[in-house]
Design a protein around this ligand. Structure first.
Ligand code: SF4
Ligand code: SF4
Ligand code: FES
Length: 351
């Protein structure tokens, strides 16, 4: 048995006071963080508040921030969470208001599932089957990862977009929406794809920071699901939105010139047609790019006219081949990302 220091973030709603408190706990080998919190509550301070239920990584209620990263405290052993000798810092999940100590208000997180309508909408005009509705094994295998979510909120807590945008649907609700888009028993695939691409805070607002994938204790791969939703939305023709135009301009530019052209990207994202037809909203969107453009100019990151021709003919050809290879893969997570990255570096490296 070894003694371990825990530094717990406390919040008292009666006095609106936030503070850190240190507790020393005798830890057995294999003991989890949640075991340790219970030990503190039962033996040292009965007022310490946190959520828990199953203790088996099933109910999703014990997610907290441990040394800055969200995780299930019942699934994480003390030894795995900390270098020997260092204190374990435990705080409430991020991006949600704290109710008391380690308890957060999950209303906002759960409302995102409602907004994304994450429930099955069966075909009304079909006779129900004699027994249950069937799903093909190979279809299920493709999206089964997205069906294992336990709604713990760890991904939402660490999401860098949810931190700055209340409207963002967030990784868990988007992964759940993906699960229904992919389910052949669901009748609303097209409507879902349209909503997820057009709504404020939908699939195009993710910055691909990867935090949700790292935080998820169930390998739901929310970011992968969001990226696949983007592809499906474009394939379904939902391209008249800022995100899809940005995607097309970005990838199209790199494919054509072998490098990103920041000068043209805002124009392509806003939509050349919208600008030419004098849409006021389009010109307002262009104005929003002004501060960023000034920063790029100052830091000399905008390509000069001479640089805008891009990579050499040989480099461009190599990059186009990489694009072709990636596009020929049916699902983007089948692509070997490391090999792709290395080849891309080689293609642009000498130019
Ligand atoms: S990858 Fe997207 S959804 Fe996931 S945490 Fe980052 S911004 Fe949020
Ligand atoms: S996607 Fe993963 S981290 Fe997010 S709520 Fe579901 S199980 Fe938790
Ligand atoms: S207590 Fe249920 S997931 Fe941790």
């Amino acid at each position: 048995m070894a003694q371990q220091e825990f530094i717990i973030q406390r919040y008292n709603p009666d006095t609106d006071e936030s503070y850190e408190e240190s507790f020393d706990v005798d830890v057995q080998p294999g003991q989890t963080l949640l075991d340790s919190l219970n030990q503190i509550k039962w033996e040292q301070d009965g007022t310490l508040s946190f959520r828990m239920s199953c203790r088996h990584a099933i109910c999703g209620s014990c997610a907290m921030k441990v040394n800055g990263q969200s995780m299930l405290t019942c699934q994480t052993q003390v030894d795995a969470a900390v270098e020997r000798g260092d204190p374990v810092r435990i705080g409430p999940m991020g991006n949600q208001n704290v109710v008391k100590d380690l308890v957060v208000d999950v209303t906002k997180f759960l409302q995102q599932f409602e907004r994304a309508e994450t429930w099955l909408e069966p075909y009304e005009d079909q006779e129900p089957p004699e027994k249950e509705y069937r799903q093909k094994v190979e279809e299920f295998d493709h999206w089964s990862h997205a069906s294992t979510c336990i709604h713990c909120g760890a991904c939402y807590s660490d999401c860098t977009v949810a931190a700055v945008d209340e409207n963002f649907l967030g990784p868990a609700a988007l992964a759940k929406a993906y699960r229904f888009v992919m389910d052949s028993r669901d009748s609303k695939r097209e409507e879902r794809l349209e909503y997820l691409s057009e709504t404020q805070g939908g699939i195009w607002d993710c910055t691909r920071c990867y935090m949700c994938v790292q935080a998820c204790p169930k390998d739901v791969l929310p970011m992968d699901a969001i990226m696949e939703l983007r592809t499906l939305a474009i394939e379904a023709g939902h391209t008249n939105n800022h995100g899809a135009r940005h995607h097309k301009g970005f990838a199209g530019g790199v494919r054509k010139r072998g490098r990103l052209d920041e000068m043209m990207l805002p124009v392509q994202s806003v939509g050349i047609g919208r600008l030419l037809t004098g849409q006021i909203s389009a010109h307002k969107e262009m104005m929003d790019y002004t501060p960023g453009a000034i920063r790029l100019l100052k830091s000399r990151k905008l390509l000069t006219i001479a640089q805008r021709h891009g990579a050499s003919a040989e480099g461009r050809e190599q990059i186009q081949r990489i694009f072709d290879e990636v596009e020929s893969e049916k699902h983007h997570h089948d692509v070997d990302a490391d090999a792709f990255g290395a080849e891309f570096e080689t293609a642009i490296g000498g130019h």
